[in-house]
Design a protein around this ligand. Structure first.
Ligand code: 5GP
Length: 186
């Protein structure tokens, strides 16, 4: 069923390490009418990440219980962990007329576009694939297996970039933020 919305819904995807969250933080600092959905995940929190701010960190049991209760608008398994957007995260913000940005991976993006055809989808590309490895590694706390898994997902994700409404290259942060901001205001 198609959802009717008052606000602007924006889906931002891109390979792990391409700078999606940095772009989003800059957008929110620029304009109070832009907010983000906080996803739920079963992965462990990284150093500095806060529950309820960066993610809702849930046990797998709790996550799957919420799936059964139909609390998610979409969810996926990514790198062996669950990630999903709770319905409550989208509806309240959109109804207040805000621009809601979801930073989610490619399968979730497709699901959202099906449910909310008015949503604008943007794929953020790194200037070069080589940079991804360094950026992903720069987050620390990742074993070689996890790094390989994320890099191979990233390569597959980049093959899906043409399914998006817009592609933005994150070569220079300010320029990428400006490009996304223009798309929001189209
Ligand atoms: P990370 O573990 O690096 O925070 O996130 C891994 C991937 O999961 C990223 O591409 C991120 O955008 C995506 N992701 C985060 N939250 C959600 C969500 O709620 N739904 C979906 N489909 N993907 C998500």
């Amino acid at each position: 069923m198609e959802n009717l919305i008052k606000g602007n819904l924006l889906v931002l995807s891109g390979p792990s390490g391409c700078g999606k969250n940095t772009v989003l933080d800059a957008l929110m600092a620029k304009d109070d009418a832009i907010c983000q959905t906080v996803s739920a995940t079963t992965r462990a929190a990284r150093v500095g990440e806060r529950n309820g701010v960066d993610y809702y960190f849930l046990s797998e049991k709790d996550f799957l219980h919420r799936v059964e209760n139909d609390e998610f608008v979409e969810y996926v398994k990514y790198a062996n962990r669950y990630y999903g957007t709770l319905k409550s995260e989208i509806d309240s913000n959109l109804n207040s007329g805000k621009t809601v940005v979801m930073v989610i991976e490619v399968n979730g993006a497709q699901n959202i576009k099906r449910l909310y055809p008015q949503a604008k989808t943007i794929f953020l590309m790194p200037p070069s694939p080589d940079l991804l490895r360094d950026r992903i590694l720069g987050r620390g706390e990742m074993d070689a297996e996890e790094l390989d898994r994320r890099l191979s997902i990233a390569m597959k994700e980049m093959e899906k970039k043409d399914d998006y409404d817009f592609i933005v290259i994150n070569d220079e942060l300010d320029k990428a933020v400006e490009d996304v901001y223009k798309i929001i205001n189209l």
